[in-house]
Write a protein of this length. Structure first.
Length: 255
């Protein structure tokens, strides 16, 4: 399964397997977790309890910065798989290019995991274009995704251009500006125009962009449904122009 739906589920902070199961039953098939979230076991239990076959889901996790030495990459990924209760994951990310990250040593370990069948795709997260260029020098596998903070108050245009040039996904985390969508006047005005919520406007704006998918976190049934439905909301060209033109750089999770 190589095509990502416009809206996936960010699972940071989710500690109930039933939330994962409910999301899957509602139609989410892209689940994003990480070693540092401490909930890989929860995600795996939620998947196991669902009625969908594992092969119909796209599960991603991330290797934290203290596990990016080659042997630690392999060992920690095997531990992640055990917690998830899975033989493989569809996507494994370098969570941040920090700590033990050394491209010439770290990335071949990701290739090794791909060759052994433990992962399907290799991804990176929070990488600049320069870091992406260097990563490509040391990876045999194509980069499948770069996961970055992306919302109306922080728009990483260079990252988007690189994703389009090299044909990979830009996976937008914190797409609702960490709960601040209702505080952005331009978003509120467009929401009123479309009789929609500010959160729906943020997601509709993002998912209309080529190569971009969003992974908002949600735990209530209301929000799970609303986030999925937002991808069907069509904004007017002038709405996109207004949001694209917001001249504020407010990065919530700076590198």
């Amino acid at each position: 399964m190589d095509t990502l739906q416009p809206i996936g589920l960010g699972t940071m902070g989710i500690d109930d397997p039933e939330t994962i199961t409910t999301a899957i039953e509602f139609g989410y098939d892209h689940l994003d977790t990480a070693q540092i979230y401490g909930n890989e076991r929860v995600v795996g239990q939620g998947v196991e309890r669902s009625s969908l076959d594992r092969k119909d889901l796209f599960v991603a996790t991330k290797v934290w910065i203290d596990k990016l030495a080659p042997e630690a990459v392999v060992n920690s990924t095997q531990a992640s798989l055990k917690r998830l209760g899975m033989e493989s994951v569809d996507l494994l990310y370098v969570h941040r290019p920090r700590g033990d990250y050394e491209p010439a040593e770290t990335l071949p370990a990701f290739d090794e995991l791909r060759d052994s069948g433990h992962i399907e795709h290799v991804g990176v997260s929070n990488f600049t274009v320069r870091q992406l260029d260097r990563a490509r020098d040391h990876l045999e596998a194509p980069i499948f995704a770069n996961q970055v903070e992306y919302h109306p108050l922080y728009q990483p245009e260079a990252a988007l251009e690189d994703a389009r040039e090299h044909e990979y996904y830009l996976v937008a985390y914190s797409p609702l500006a960490n709960g601040r969508a209702s505080d952005i006047p331009e978003i509120v005005e467009i929401a009123e125009k479309h009789d929609a919520t500010p959160e729906a406007i943020c997601l509709a704006w993002l998912t209309a962009k080529d190569n971009v998918v969003a992974i908002p976190k949600a735990s209530s049934e209301v929000h799970l449904r609303a986030n999925l439905e937002a991808a069907d909301l069509e904004l007017d060209p002038e709405d996109h122009d207004v949001i694209d033109g917001i001249e504020r750089e407010d990065e919530i999770f700076p590198e």
